[in-house]
Unconditional design. Structure first.
Length: 444
């Protein structure tokens, strides 16, 4: 018999199956903050731990050695295979389907090491085409944003983030080795993960990214902004992936290219001292806008809005981001929220808790027979969110513009234009590009 666990990391759900008598049950506490019991989200991959090694001729493709932790990638019986070694000793073998969505793992020796590596490999490969990157970086949060320190093993990533923690008040460690970066509603967001290298830091939190910082050791402390090819060359080595697989490589490249074009990147030459942390902070911290996404450890922010609504207060919520264009303009418009008193309908713009890790203000585009809702931003060209009726916090009733004028969201004319806009989804990309360069140019 197998016992199944579901976890949600950066909005992606995966499933782990362990034999009921497997001692690993008692050793996976690092995954507890990420466990989910929702059954309405299809896992991006499933991994089953088995008790017998599946034999077969291993045909090697490549080998990676990172400070004694080794991965040999190849094929067995024509399917992807990964052998995990620690200090030269074989620990585990992972066999996967060609799309990396189904895997089996046999582990011996340090079995938790093998399990962690297998889950990271499957996570990185199964999400590579979903604007998601599993990275080697040490991450701190400060003033609502996150800063990812990049560099080769031994460069001093952990040392530098420790200097931030020691000398810069308000800094917290997000993850020390394997954070997840994802593009969400046109913004780069970093998530904590169940994998954190030698420093245990398994926090289910997320922050908007303020900057990436490439570190190198030097006899001075100096920092400069980098762009273009130089920035891309510094980012790519920090991303986990199977780049000899064309499909995986294309997915990673698309996300990496977007990040280089939208997120500030720096190169810090530094000493391991307090001044290095202060030099870095003074350069990168101003890139965090006060209007960025709020960090959510739990339902605190949502509960505050819901509490005010239940007490009868009018709640006006400023809208950030551009995922609701052209009907709501982020950083300019606000919306008046109400608690729904009747049934919800397709076309309603709702504030809802989605993916067990964030909240969004998006439209209902489908109501399923079991009551679950499918959401999508008016300004998005792809990507949907899913939630239950119990995850709905409020419904947006009115758009309040910066000049004080108001537009009801559900007037006959507004609903007509929304329906027209909905039919234009296949060509939204080009319409939005024109709108951003003309009508919205000075508004967003």
């Amino acid at each position: 018999m197998q016992e199944k666990y579901k976890y949600q990391v950066a909005g992606h759900v995966f499933e782990l199956s362990l034999p009921q008598d497997d001692p690993l049950h008692e050793r996976i506490s690092q995954y507890a903050p990420f466990r989910t019991f929702k059954d309405d989200i299809e896992p991006v991959f499933r991994l089953q731990v088995v008790s017998q090694l599946q034999a077969g001729a291993f045909l090697p493709e490549t080998h990676q050695d990172d400070d004694g932790s080794e991965i040999s990638a190849g094929r067995v019986d024509g399917h992807p295979c990964f052998d995990f070694l620690l200090c030269g000793k074989w620990q585990a073998r992972l066999l996967t389907s060609d799309n990396y969505q189904e895997g089996t793992l046999y582990a011996e020796g340090d079995r938790l090491f093998g399990l962690n590596d297998a889950l990271m490999v499957m996570f990185a490969l199964s999400t590579a085409e979903q604007q998601t990157l599993l990275m080697h970086a040490s991450v701190v949060s400060y003033q609502g944003g996150a800063y990812l320190m990049l560099g080769k093993s031994g460069t001093g990533k952990s040392t530098h983030t420790h200097l931030w923690l020691t000398h810069i008040a308000g800094t917290e460690l997000v993850n020390d080795d394997n954070p997840v970066v994802r593009i969400v509603d046109g913004r780069a967001v970093v998530y904590g993960s169940p994998w954190s290298g030698k420093t245990p830091c398994y926090r289910n939190v997320h922050y908007p990214i303020g900057a990436f910082v490439q570190l190198s050791q030097a006899p001075v402390n100096e920092i400069r902004r980098i762009k273009g090819i130089e920035a891309y060359a510094d980012l790519v080595p920090a991303v986990s992936g199977k780049r000899w697989d064309r499909r995986i490589a294309d997915g990673l490249h698309e996300t990496e290219n977007w990040i280089v074009g939208h997120v500030p990147m720096y190169h810090l030459r530094c000493l391991p001292n307090e001044e290095a942390a202060l030099t870095c902070m003074r350069a990168v911290a101003p890139t965090v806008e006060a209007s960025r996404l709020k960090t959510v450890d739990n339902n605190e922010a949502i509960a505050e809005v819901a509490s005010l609504l239940k007490e009868g207060h009018k709640v006006i919520l400023p809208v950030k981001g551009q995922s609701m264009l052209p009907f709501i303009i982020g950083s300019r418009d606000s919306v008046e929220l109400v608690i729904p008193k009747g049934p919800l309908f397709i076309g309603d713009a709702i504030l809802a808790w989605v993916d067990n890790c964030r909240y969004v203000l998006h439209r209902i585009i489908e109501i399923r027979a079991d009551g679950h809702l499918v959401l999508m931003g008016d300004g998005n060209i792809a990507g949907k969110e899913y939630c239950g009726l119990g995850d709905v916090v409020a419904r947006a009733e009115t758009v309040i513009h910066s000049d004080g004028s108001q537009t009801p969201l559900y007037s006959r004319s507004q609903l007509f234009w929304w329906k027209v806009w909905n039919t234009l989804r296949p060509i939204r990309r080009w319409i939005l590009a024109v709108l951003r360069r003309t009508i919205f140019r000075n508004r967003i």
